[in-house]
Design a protein. Structure first.
Length: 160
């Protein structure tokens, strides 16, 4: 299994006394370590960006990395604001023979009450049994990229 990290809320931390945030080190490594996960994986940080700052060129790089990675199971941590857009780009590119799951959190992993650890564990478990395809794992659900959106008013992902 390969894990690509791109940043997003899951990796955010306070930047200064005015409560501004910045994307910091990938928290999935901490989450997997604390959960004593033994599933072998390779990790690579692609970006440390808020998903609103990801460009089309960044998304093309994510697609390229997924296509060229030898693993047939890929987990991608991603910011929630444009997670669906990136999942759709991967799906449109036609990645065959691989299960690709994008996951993130609505609260930083470092915060008490964050959904990060649950979402990552859920995504990791799903990745081990899903057939090839591209998926979004959020809020205890597996979604297809063309059948989901983030609802800001409900602060969750919902089916279309």
């Amino acid at each position: 299994m390969t894990i690509f990290t791109t940043g997003g809320t899951i990796d955010k931390t306070y930047f200064d006394a005015k409560s501004r945030y910045q994307v910091d080190d990938p928290q999935i490594l901490v989450i997997l370590g604390e959960a004593n996960v033994t599933e072998p994986y390779r990790h690579e940080t692609l970006f440390r960006k808020d998903s609103l700052d990801l460009t089309d060129a960044d998304r093309a790089e994510i697609v390229r990395r997924v296509q060229n990675d030898p693993s047939d199971r890929i987990l991608i941590t991603h910011g929630t604001d444009t997670m669906v857009q990136t999942a759709q780009a991967i799906q449109t590119a036609g990645v065959s023979g691989k299960a690709v799951v994008l996951v993130g959190s609505l609260k930083p992993a470092r915060f008490k009450g964050s959904d990060a650890a649950f979402n990552v564990g859920f995504a990791l478990g799903a990745l081990q049994v899903l057939p090839p395809g591209v998926y979004v794992a959020m809020n205890g659900h597996i979604f297809r990229p063309d059948e989901v959106r983030k609802s800001r008013s409900r602060n969750q992902f919902v089916e279309l």
